[in-house]
Ligand binder design. Structure first.
Ligand SMILES: Nc1ncnc2c1ncn2[C@@H]1O[C@H](COP(=O)(O)OP(=O)(O)OP(=O)(O)O)[C@@H](O)[C@H]1O
Ligand SMILES: [Mg+2]
Length: 281
């Protein structure tokens, strides 16, 4: 097996017949810094989540099989070099993007949305992929730069919004709000567009419905415990101080209490949303 890519969370290997194996690790990061502590079961949960969504959603995808609960074998595709975000709420990087590039968001014109408010309809928000900051790209630019034909883009846009609505429906029945999610697509050997990459808590933003209050920062279901704890240790302030010098501080080791609560949250979200027990095979 040849390691072809090591992401923040997944290790990607090329295996026989040009297939890829995704190993979902237990790594966790916050404020863009990778922690030195692993979260038991996190990799398994992410893999089981991806499997659940690929089985659930109405689009062909790249999944072939699962191995050892935390590894997924997928068809190797020619990836479309964009990330397709669909947003149901005015939040996250959209807030800055909208301030910076209002012309990209005609849907939001004259709307002056408040933070975390529900958008009138799901917003398709593609970005280019980059290691620094992902940059939004206008639909016309995607076509003008020859990344996709107009027909392909329209197909992907329709599919992305449909998939977001399907996911949102499942998630809300489990007591959560799907604020936004990211999709990636690739082409197979017949030039068919397939849903690729992964779908799970690293791709989407989940808010507990019970705590939802528009107009302020929402509690993110999976990462909030970690973020709050890091803030209480002064680590977030350290990040800000170090960043002035272009450096990142070494994260503190996570205490067992935080590790266990994080692990439990991932499992709980999986069980609520998928409707199946995490331990069952
Ligand atoms: N079926 C596929 N065939 C080929 N490449 C794929 C397929 N599915 C996903 N990919 C690509 O594999 C890579 C997976 O990397 P991964 O998501 O782990 O890390 P990353 O995107 O580099 O960083 P981050 O950790 O921020 O997500 C991505 O570049 C993704 O576009
Ligand atoms: Mg990725």
């Amino acid at each position: 097996m040849k390691l072809v890519h090591k992401g923040k969370v997944k290790d990607v290997y090329e295996i026989k017949e040009g297939n890829y194996l995704f190993h979902f690790s237990d790594r966790v990061s916050a404020f863009d810094v990778e922690m030195n502590t692993l979260i038991p079961k996190k990799g398994e949960v992410l893999c089981q989540f991806a499997k659940f969504w690929f089985n659930q959603l109405s689009m062909e995808n790249h999944m072939l099989t699962i191995r050892d609960r935390d590894k997924m074998i997928v068809k190797k595709l020619r990836m479309i070099p964009l990330e397709f975000i669909v947003r149901g709420y005015f939040y996250g990087s959209l807030v800055d993007r909208y301030a910076k590039y209002p012309s990209l968001y005609p849907d939001l014109e004259n709307l002056k949305p408040t933070l975390a408010s529900k958008l009138p309809r799901p917003l398709f928000d593609p970005t280019t992929k980059s290691h620094e900051h992902d940059v939004p790209i206008a639909e016309d630019q995607i076509v003008a730069r020859g990344i996709l034909s107009r027909k392909e883009l329209d197909y992907i846009k329709k599919a992305s919004i449909r998939l977001y609505l399907e996911m949102s429906d499942v998630v809300q029945r489990a007591g959560f709000i799907l604020a936004d999610t990211k999709f990636e697509f690739g082409l197979d050997s017949n030039n068919q567009i397939l849903l690729a990459d992964s779908l799970g808590p690293d791709e989407f933003r989940l808010w507990p419905k019970s705590g939802y209050v528009p107009g302020r920062i929402q509690e993110s279901y999976d990462k909030q415990i970690l973020r709050d704890w890091l803030i209480s240790t002064g680590f977030r302030d350290a990040i800000n101080r170090y960043s002035e010098r272009g450096l990142k501080p070494v994260p503190p080791p996570l205490p067992p209490e935080i590790i266990n609560r994080l692990s439990d949250r991932y499992i709980y979200a999986y069980e609520m949303i998928s409707g199946s027990s995490f331990t069952s095979r």
